[in-house]
Design a protein around this ligand. Sequence first.
Ligand code: GRF
Length: 301
Amino acid sequence: MTLAPSARLAVLASGRGSNLAALLEAFPGQVAVVISNKRDAPALERARAAGIEALHVPWPPGGARDFEAAVETLLSSRQVTLVLLAGFMRLLSPGFTRAWHGRILNIHPSLLPAFPGLHAHAQALNAGAAFTGCSVHFVDAGCDTGEVILQKRVPVQAGDTEETLSRRLLPAEHEAYPQAVRLVLRGLAFPRPQPGEIEAEFGVNVAADAQGVRAARLLRDWGREDAVADALEGHLTPLTSLARSTDELRLAWTTLDSLSERRARWEKRGELLVQAETLGLGAHCARALAVTADEWDTTTY
Ligand code: GRF
């Protein structure tokens, strides 16, 4: 299911709310409600100061059920279609995460799957990691186990403590979360599709990964339905290669390579456009690349 770019968002936060602040700035007018399990969470104060509805929903000692029922009611009455966990310190139940499959995100301060769970910075320091980072991921029933949408890398420096490392990482989180949300709202990030979903969308009963689906959608939008099945099945033809390369290039800013390597790849997009021209798809390819071109301006990590 694809979300409207103007989808209404809810943020669930338990603490400070610095990621909430980044989201409020990036999506003015789109955050419908902020919910916290902590009555005195600074995140609620931040939301109120920004004129956003901010609600405390207690987490009962018995577990998630009453909390989730109350939150479901709030989300549906506010017509929320995307839920963003930002420093939300409770594990939601499998029933809740299944109901919001592909429409609930979290940010975690490590390069998942490394260092999930609590004290991620300390885990990175104890492991002697040279780098750590942050991950925005879809939420599943596990703890920080859902599919990764976007990661940013930061160096660990000699003498780092949990505090210095988390302070260095936080600006990367504030860059990553809005970018990841835009990827989801633009239909460019979604969980691994199930065969039934592919059949419903394309009429072909195959298993494909997200990259295959994005390439197939490009070809369909370009009026080349004849190449869609090849793209889904991963067959390389001039058309499917063009669609895959276009997809890779429009997402080149998301990789973990150095920023200069990513930019160098992007600067060579003229070569791909020439190739697209030979297939009569130059204008289509250029339009596809333009969809995320603005992200280069917001990418510093
Ligand atoms: C962030 O480090 C986030 O990655 C983790 O919890 C922290 C929340 O910070 N899940 P804030 O409340 O957004 O300032």
